[in-house]
Design a protein around this ligand. Sequence first.
Ligand SMILES: Cc1cc2nc3c(=O)[nH]c(=O)nc-3n(C[C@H](O)[C@H](O)[C@H](O)COP(=O)(O)O)c2cc1C
Length: 185
Amino acid sequence: MTRIMIIIGSVRPGRIGLPIAQWVRDRVEAAGHEVDLVDLVELALPFMDEPEHPGKRAYTQPHTLAWSARVEQAEAVLLVSPEYNHSYSPALKNALDFLAHEWQAKPVGIVSYGGASGGLRGAAALDAVLSTIGLVRVPVDVAINGPHGHLVDGAFVPDAKNDAVLGRLIEALGRYAEALRPLRA
Ligand SMILES: Cc1cc2nc3c(=O)[nH]c(=O)nc-3n(C[C@H](O)[C@H](O)[C@H](O)COP(=O)(O)O)c2cc1C
């Protein structure tokens, strides 16, 4: 069992990121892992408002301390990430930027989505950020083309390929979380 934090990158009203994340959450739980589903709308972080670099851990704001404690609990991270203008969402960047040590030596996977590219350009743009803050990217990508065609009564119904790849991604997160445990100690 691994404690997996799922972060929904989109904060837009009517976002498809929410039903996609609900599918991801159900699959992670069905694989026997514990989920912390982070909705950045509910988290409501302001734009980065700490005076010191997060690497110093000299946090001054209650929202930063709460976010730090929450991420600390996670053993792996799964990002549900839309593509915006060939990159990823600013809300996700802000949430990542708030912390530093808390991300270290935790495996991360991306479920990206967008038009014909499946959000892969956004995922590629994320890579540099993730490695800089010490997250370890697992080599499995779920990339969903045209996700709106997979909505049924508001629920996201994946095609067989994406569902199978998500299974491999979840399995990789569990294995990497175990292997990286000594580095997090
Ligand atoms: C500001 C903005 C920029 C976008 N840019 C891209 C893009 O570069 N490539 C793409 O495939 N889709 C793009 N899209 C379409 C999104 O992938 C699509 O709207 C998707 O539903 C966004 O995810 P969300 O509903 O969870 O916010 C863009 C959407 C928005 C709102």
